[in-house]
Design a protein around this ligand. Structure first.
Ligand code: DGY
Length: 332
């Protein structure tokens, strides 16, 4: 497709808030997807022909092959804090700017992580299914007994901004003992603000009553929690994953849940989502949600706005607000 317009050409790969789209349309020549179709890699590559920029969600893969096939593309603005859908080294090598959407979702996502942990520990989904199925006939002393949050040990794997938000909630709000493991230790001031104590990974796994995963996905973090790690956890412990699918070995987790190796799990993200491992769908002691940790209207609007602002800033000044890579040479 050719055009005589001198405006930069942008693809918005999924449906977004109309008011954010309108801001882009005021400045750029925009191809949008308000029908919210999910495109294959081939479709995405085809639609990116002749485009200068793209607004992606975390679901569209920007691979080395795609970059090679789309030589005009200069910027990919992700409407997500995670950017494991970007091949960042390939983008940098090709002179393509990448941006993400940090900060604006931190507190909302920490709220959700804490809520999912609580729902898991207090068996909210399992007991609701029981009630809806008409199985509630009488009170019993041990019906759906779960485990306490207050006073328990909260373990956090991955202590970035969202992990710190969850730690603060646990320490200040619920009187939890907070332990964490991270690639790098926080400075003393941040540790004190979160009430968090640094431990090695094995200690984290062994001591946590409630373990929450908030680390970014990468080749190194793939299956950070598998059969060996689950075997180190307490049989009364819960595991909550709001990070990314693939950080947990879902087949090993389903086995650990079924065999009682751990008490329960709360999962917002899955390997190969939106597909969910069939074994996870049949174990009762797991709360399953469809990748909605950042899903409040205010926060999703702020994420879309930040992605749009990165595109607007880039084409106006060459700078961006929240880069994920530093470019030597920029594509022209
Ligand atoms: C993120 O921003 O990375 C969340 O997982 C939403 O996709």
């Amino acid at each position: 497709m050719t055009s005589s317009s001198s405006k930069p050409r942008i693809l918005v790969s999924r449906a977004i808030f109309p008011e954010v789209l309108a801001q882009l349309e005021a400045v750029f020549e925009v191809e949008h997807n308000q029908a919210d179709d999910v495109w294959s890699a081939q479709d995405l590559t085809a639609r990116l022909q002749g485009k200068d920029g793209v607004l992606t969600t975390g679901g569209e893969r920007i691979s080395a092959e795609l970059l090679q096939a789309c030589p005009q593309l200069k910027i990919c603005a992700n409407m997500a804090v995670g950017f494991n859908n970007f091949d960042v080294p390939a983008m940098t090598a090709s002179g393509v700017q990448g941006t993400n959407a940090p900060d604006v979702l931190t507190e909302t996502t920490a709220d959700f992580g804490f809520a999912l942990m609580m729902a898991t520990a207090r068996r909210m989904a399992e007991s609701e299914h029981f009630l809806r199925a008409g199985l509630w006939k009488r009170w019993s002393y041990d019906m759906f007994c779960g485990s306490d949050i207050h006073g328990a040990t909260l373990g956090i794997l991955g202590m970035g901004r969202i992990g710190q938000g969850i730690a603060r909630r646990g320490f200040h709000g619920f009187g939890m003992k907070v332990i964490y493991h991270n690639r790098s230790r926080l400075d003393a001031g941040l540790e004190a603000a979160c009430g968090a104590q640094y431990v090695d990974k094995a200690t984290l796994l062994a001591q946590a009553d409630h373990l929450v995963l908030v680390l970014p996905y990468s080749a190194e973090s793939h299956h950070s929690i598998g059969a060996a790690e689950l075997a180190l956890m307490k049989p009364t412990a819960t595991l909550t994953n709001i990070a990314r699918g693939g950080i947990v070995d879902d087949a090993a987790l389903a086995h650990a849940l079924r065999s009682g190796q751990i008490a329960a799990a709360g999962l917002d993200v899955f390997e190969g989502e939106p597909q969910v491992h069939p074994d996870l769908l049949t174990v009762p002691n797991v709360v399953l949600t469809p990748h909605i940790a950042s899903a409040t209207l205010n926060t999703r609007r702020a994420m879309a706005q930040l992605a749009a602002d990165n595109l607007l800033r880039f084409f106006a000044t060459g700078e961006v607000l929240t880069p994920v890579n530093t470019l030597g040479t920029v594509r022209r």
